[in-house]
Design a protein around this ligand. Structure first.
Ligand SMILES: CC(=O)SCCNC(=O)CCNC(=O)[C@H](O)C(C)(C)COP(=O)(O)OP(=O)(O)OC[C@H]1O[C@@H](n2cnc3c(N)ncnc32)[C@H](O)[C@@H]1OP(=O)(O)O
Length: 471
C-alpha cells in the first residue's frame, strides 16, 4: 500500500493551458513499497556516484577570458575533490563538446592533463550536439558493461564566449597555397588573385548543416506545427525561470561547484541566466528568429551559455569496494533519430514512449521528469505530441496516445531555458538533477530526455539508490 498525500502548494502562476499544477507530491511511505521494478538490462548494475558542474553563465560574462578546457578542468577537479577520490582510480575519461576549440579538439585529454590526472589515463571526446554528455555517459556505461573499465568520468563542456571564426574558404585556400609557395614570384602571383571579398569571415551558427536552418527557426516551425501559441511559450518560460529561482534560493543545486576564475574578483557561485520576468515584459519581446511573425523570443529560448560538467560512474560492486555512496542506478537508455529536415526537436516525444516500453513502465511510474528545454515552444510541442493520438499512431506506431506526463513532476527545478544550456554539458546536469530530485521528492524512478541537432534524441532511465542523499 502506498500513501499518496498531495498538498496543493502556492498559487499556480496561472499555467492553465499546460495544466501545470504546483502540487507538491508527498509520498510519505517510501515509493519503494509498491514501486514498479524496471526490467533488468545490465549484467552488472552501473551506478551514478556523483556529478558536478561549473555555474552555468550566459556567454560573454565571467568566463569569457578562459579557454574551454579550463572550464572542463574545474569540473573534473571538483568531482574528485567533492568525492575525495584519488586521480589514479579513474580508468577512463569521456567528454562531450559541440563547438570545438581547434587547439584542444580532444578536450577530454587536454582537460585531464590540465587537471593533473595521470598521463596514463586515456581520454576521448564525443560529439552528439546537445546530447553530447549523455553520449559521454552512455559510452562510459558501455565500457563498464563490456568489462573494459571499472571507473569512468563522463562529462561535457561548451564555451560560447569564444567560438572558432574562420576565414572564408577562398581566403583559406589562398593562405594554404601561399604557405607552399617557394619563390617570391609564386607568392606575388597568388597575391594577384586576392579579392577583398575573401576577407568576409565564416561564423559558426547554431544551425542544422543538412538544411541550413537555425535551431531557433526549427523551434518556430515546430511550435507552429503543433499550434503552440506565443502565450503558451512565454508561460512555460516563466515557469522554468520561477522554478529555477526557487530551487537556487533553496540551495537545491548541490551539483554546482563555485569557481574562482582568474582575473574575476568574486567567486562565481551561481548560474547567472535565471531571470524571473513578468508576463507583460515577456509579451513585449520581438521574435528572435522568424521575423516579424515568429513566436520564439530571447526569453522563451535557451540562451548561449558557458559551462562544464562531470560525473563519476562505475559498477555498483566497485562503488561498494571503494566505500562510495552512489546517488542512482543508470538503468537504461536509448537514442532516437529522425529526418532533421522535417522536425528535429521532437527527441523526447520519440524517446520517452520507446524507453518506457523497453523498461516495462508507464507514465505513472515516473516520479521525476528532467527534460531538456531547448525552447519553450519545443517543450510544449513535445507534450502535445505525447498527448496526441495522431502523432503517437502515425509516428510511433502506437495504438493510441501515450498521454500527458504529470507536470507536477516535470522539471521542478527549472531547466535549460532558465539554468542555461552549455550544449555538451547539459546531459550531466539533467542526470544529476534527476538523481537529486528523486531524493528530495522521495521518488524512485526518473526519466531524462532531450532533443539534439541532427534530428536526434536521448531518453534515459534513472533509479534512486537506496540511502542516496541530495548533497
Ligand atoms: C536541441 C538544442 O538544444 S538546440 C540549441 C538551442 N539553443 C539555441 O539555439 C540558442 C538560442 N538562443 C540564442 O541564439 C540567443 O540567446 C537569442 C538569439 C535567442 C537571443 O540573443 P540576444 O539577442 O543576444 O539576447 P539578449 O540577452 O540580448 O536578449 C534580447 C532581449 O530580450 C530580453 N530578455 C532576454 N531574456 C529575457 C527574460 N527572461 N525576460 C525578459 N526579457 C528578456 C533582453 O533583456 C533583451 O532586451 P533588450 O533588447 O531590450 O535589451
Amino acid at each position: 500500500m502506498s500513501l499518496n498525500i498531495c498538498i496543493l502548494g502556492r498559487k499556480s502562476n496561472g499555467l492553465n493551458i499546460l495544466n501545470i499544477s504546483r502540487k507538491v507530491q508527498c509520498r510519505a511511505l517510501s515509493a519503494a513499497v509498491a514501486a514498479p521494478q524496471p526490467k533488468q538490462r545490465n549484467s552488472q548494475n552501473v551506478v551514478l556516484v556523483d556529478g558536478v558542474r561549473t555555474p552555468f553563465l550566459t556567454s560573454g560574462t565571467s568566463y569569457s577570458k578562459l579557454m574551454p578546457h579550463e572550464l572542463a578542468r574545474h569540473s573534473l577537479l571538483s568531482l574528485l575533490q567533492k568525492n575525495r577520490l584519488d586521480k589514479e582510480l579513474i580508468d577512463y575519461i569521456v567528454y562531450g563538446s559541440v563547438i570545438q576549440e581547434v587547439k584542444t579538439s580532444n578536450i577530454a585529454r587536454e582537460a585531464a592533463l590540465a587537471a593533473g590526472f595521470s598521463n596514463k589515463t586515456p581520454a576521448h571526446t564525443v560529439t552528439m550536439a546537445c546530447i553530447s554528455s549523455n553520449a559521454a555517459i552512455t559510452t562510459g556505461m558501455g565500457l563498464i558493461a563490456t568489462n573494459t573499465y571499472d571507473v569512468i568520468v563522463a562529462g561535457g563542456v561548451e564555451f560560447m564566449s569564444d567560438v572558432p571564426i574562420r576565414h572564408s574558404r577562398k581566403m583559406r585556400g589562398l593562405m594554404l597555397k601561399a604557405n607552399k609557395a617557394k619563390t617570391l614570384g609564386q607568392r606575388l602571383a597568388l597575391l594577384s588573385t586576392f579579392r577583398p571579398g575573401f576577407l568576409a569571415p565564416e561564423l559558426p551558427a547554431v544551425a542544422e548543416f543538412s538544411s541550413g536552418e537555425t535551431m531557433g527557426h526549427s523551434a518556430d516551425r515546430l511550435a507552429s506545427a503543433f499550434n503552440v501559441s506565443r502565450g503558451e511559450q512565454d508561460e512555460y518560460a516563466l515557469r522554468s525561470h520561477t522554478l529555477a529561482k526557487e530551487a537556487q534560493e533553496k540551495g537545491y543545486f548541490t551539483d554546482l561547484v563555485p569557481f574562482k576564475v582568474q582575473g574575476v574578483d568574486q567567486v562565481v557561485d551561481k548560474d547567472n541566466g535565471i531571470r524571473v520576468s513578468t508576463p507583460e515584459s515577456l509579451a513585449k519581446l520581438r521574435p528572435a528568429f522568424v521575423k516579424p511573425y515568429g513566436t520564439v523570443t530571447a526569453a522563451n529560448a535557451s540562451f548561449l551559455t558557458d559551462g562544464a560538467s562531470a560525473c563519476l560512474i562505475m559498477t555498483e560492486e566497485k562503488a561498494k569496494q571503494l566505500g562510495l555512496k552512489p546517488k542512482a542506478y543508470l538503468r537504461d537508455f536509448l537514442y532516437v533519430s529522425q529526418d532533421p529536415v522535417d522536425q528535429l526537436l521532437l527527441g523526447p516525444a520519440y524517446g520517452i514512449p520507446k524507453l518506457l516500453k523497453k523498461a516495462g513502465l508507464t507514465l505513472k511510474d515516473i516520479d521525476s521528469w528532467e527534460i531538456h528545454e531547448a525552447f519553450a515552444g519545443q517543450i510544449v510541442a513535445n507534450l502535445k505530441a505525447l498527448d496526441s493520438d495522431w502523432f503517437c499512431k502515425t509516428y510511433l506506431g502506437l495504438s493510441e496516445k501515450l498521454g500527458s506526463p504529470d507536470l507536477s513532476k516535470w522539471n521542478n527545478w527549472g531547466g535549460s531555458l532558465s539554468i542555461g544550456h552549455p550544449f555538451a554539458a547539459t546531459g550531466v546536469r539533467l542526470c544529476m538533477h534527476t538523481a537529486n530530485r528523486l531524493v528530495r521528492e522521495d521518488g524512485k524512478l526518473g526519466v531524462v530526455a532531450a532533443c539534439a541537432a541532427g534530428g536526434q534524441g536521448v531518453a534515459m532511465l534513472i533509479e534512486r539508490y537506496p540511502g542516496a542523499t541530495a548533497d
